[in-house]
Ligand binder design. Sequence first.
Ligand code: COS
Length: 385
Amino acid sequence: MDFDLTPEQEQIRKLAHDFADQEIAPGARERDRSMTFPHEVLKKMGPLGLLGGPVPEQYGGMGIDYISHAIITEEVGRADSSVRTTLSVQISLVELTILKFGTEEQKRTYLPKLCSGEWIGCFGLTEPGYGSDAAGLATTAVKDGNDWIVNGRKMWISNGGMSKLALVFARTDPSAPKAHGISAFLLERDQHPYDAPTIHGKLGLRSSNTSELVFDHVRVPDGQRLGELGQGFKIAMTALDGGRYSVAAGAVGIAQACIDASVAYAGQRKTFGKPIASYQLVQELIADMIVETEAARLLVYKAGHEKNAGRPSTRATSIAKLYAAEIASRCADRAIQVHGGYGFSDEFPVERYYRDARVNRLYEGTSQIQKLIIGRFATGIDAIA
Ligand code: COS
């Protein structure tokens, strides 16, 4: 067992760290206030390789290992979870799923555009009535000659309104058992137009675009189908094994940001004539954050290790996602406590961390879903069936 990062991984951390500090963090508060997404930041990330992750270089990616992928994601998440969400969806849910299940033509067509940031992708699984019960989804794709006609509605779609490409899951065989009658499709917004009305009023991720997707008789050629007919649910679950990994790394980034902000504040804020860092109860808050953050990071790296080895990583990923998402919220709560009243205003970033952390326990599988998956591995018993 080796806990050291390789020189390449250290180099990637420095690149991502500096980029996050110089290009992403400075405008985060204003973007959160104005609810605007930093397209200009994304345009810079593409050429640096930060949107290509483990996608091989021949398709426009960086071909990096999964620990390096987590390192970049953590660093971006440390600066701004809204940007990190776009990165996670782009790389882990869309690019890596096309890489795994796409035809050579699909890979050559879409991956370079996505890795460069020229196109933004989104992942359309969740529906207004089907979140945790993803296999129940109601969007349909009905065969018409060599095309499919897609009808339905998706909900809580990160990047939806900004997307040029949507990876959409639809029921193609209503007579099959529910997880087996679903197929995946690649919808190009220009060719297969879908609506993407923005969802307003979110607690956090305010500069990130979240939308519905609306399909009203959208005609899609069979060549846009991703993977085998009827295999859509497995494709979605495989994608989520990647997406949850990325969310976990991003949550570690929030927790680290909470530590950094708290240590800085505690060193300069004085009460009773002394910096608050000199009080044991403040140090306890910081120490608890550090212990949980290091543990979460190691769980992420453990899941990354499984992925690098090409082994099934569902269990390790759910453990990392569950823990990292939970401790990000706890760390943000403690960071506000360290900041006292100032932590309650956006003069300091910790209130944003608190709001942004919360969704990690909801999206890409709630904490309860991760527990069901972990419990199922332990007992062999499906608590849902
Ligand atoms: N990788 C590959 N295949 C998987 C898989 C995975 N991680 N998880 C399940 N499958 C396969 C199963 O092997 C099974 O195949 P067979 O029927 O051929 O044996 C099939 O998919 C159905 O699996 P399962 O019976 O476990 O499906 P359930 O309906 O019980 O759902 C949960 C399982 C709850 C784990 C799943 O629905 C889930 O993850 N829900 C949360 C969805 C989610 O994260 N939504 C967020 C969307 S993105 S914001």
